[in-house]
Design a protein around this ligand. Structure first.
Ligand code: ASP
Length: 329
């Protein structure tokens, strides 16, 4: 009798599970490994809204900012989370730079996550506080060199996009010793410090800089793509660093969506389908376009191609980071 009861209960709970649709009303947390108000946070909030619509309007996405250590604290949290589809990670190029920068990384980017698809690609801009005397890139570079040891550059922690860009730029102009680096929990707060004149310069995604440049709250000097952004209505007149003589300089940041390893395949498919619909949402596309981001439309919206891309990025970034000789525990 007791055995029958156990069997009956087990059957009931199996039936209940089979009947519980994902996601139901339970919130799906999108962990952003940087502070609120920065570029990763912004894309996550816009994407969360587009994915909510893509999943029929009732899915409840919440953005959770878990910042610190260049995005590795948030990524670790998701790598160790319950793989039930209710904790996701939205991360950028840091997914590929961290394995070369951190000696004791708590997760393996290619083994501890399910890849759900890429979201966008974003150029960066080199910007300075409004009080800087320079107005062109050439003046800016001369000013940096003439003020070696006196200036500071903000970034979002070791392994962040802003850190990577700063490293590459400083080594390209031979100014590694010229600046003190100031880490923040994300470039949202770093931007406030720059606008307030507490730090001197920063390199950040156009999604965070465009509005500030337009409002005259920061000065822009160059873009990091190989060619200038000739189609962008605000940034089209800024030179690319490559044009300014920094041979081979070409940096674009990308964002992707991940779930902890072991998330059920059916949930991964559901999330990937919703992502693909969200990326075509006219409102999402318009916002991204206005901020200078390019929504991914190629095969990297598929998990396998997304993972192959990150694998290639890890290999591409390793020699750059090794050459800069900056490591963290
Ligand atoms: N843009 C930042 C970075 O430099 C991160 C952020 O706050 O989104 O990586």
């Amino acid at each position: 009798m007791k055995r029958l009861l156990v069997l009956a209960l087990a059957a009931t709970s199996l039936f209940a599970n089979a009947q519980t649709p994902y996601p139901g009303t339970k919130p799906i947390s999108i962990v952003v490994p940087f502070a609120a108000g920065g570029p990763t946070d912004r894309v996550a909030r816009d994407l969360a809204e587009a994915m909510r619509k893509a999943m029929g309007g009732s899915a409840n996405f919440v953005v959770e900012n878990v910042n610190g250590a260049g995005g590795t604290i948030g990524a670790t949290k998701v790598a160790k989370a319950n793989p039930d589809g209710y904790t996701l990670l939205l991360h950028h190029i840091g997914m590929a730079s961290a394995p070369s920068l951190y000696r004791k990384l708590q997760y393996k980017p290619l083994e501890d996550f399910e890849y759900l698809g890429m979201i966008n690609e974003v150029p960066m801009t080199l910007i300075g506080k409004p009080q800087l005397p320079a107005n062109t890139y050439r003046d800016f570079e001369n000013y940096i060199k003439a003020n070696a040891g006196k200036l500071n550059i903000a970034h979002a922690g070791l392994g962040s996009a802003s850190h990577l860009c700063g490293l590459m730029w400083q080594s390209a102009i031979n100014a590694k010793e010229a600046m003190t680096t100031i880490p923040f929990g994300g470039t949202g707060p770093a931007m406030n410090a720059l606008v307030g004149g507490q730090v001197d310069l920063m390199c950040d995604q156009t999604t965070n800089t465009t509005g500030q440049i337009e409002a005259g709250r920061v000065k822009a000097f160059a873009v990091t793509t190989a060619k200038p952004l000739s189609k962008h209505k605000l940034l089209k007149d800024y030179p690319s660093l490559q044009e300014m003589g920094l041979k081979g300089f070409d940096l674009t940041i990308w964002h992707g969506l991940y779930a902890p390893k072991g998330t059920p395949a059916a949930i991964q498919t559901q999330l990937n389908n919703a992502l693909k619909i969200a990326l075509k949402d006219p409102e999402f596309m318009k916002k991204q376009d206005g901020l200078g981001a390019i929504v991914v439309t190629d095969k990297r919206v598929e998990p396998a191609a997304h993972k192959a891309f990150v694998t290639a990025e890890i290999a591409k970034l390793k020699p750059v980071i090794d050459a800069a000789k900056q490591f963290a525990d």
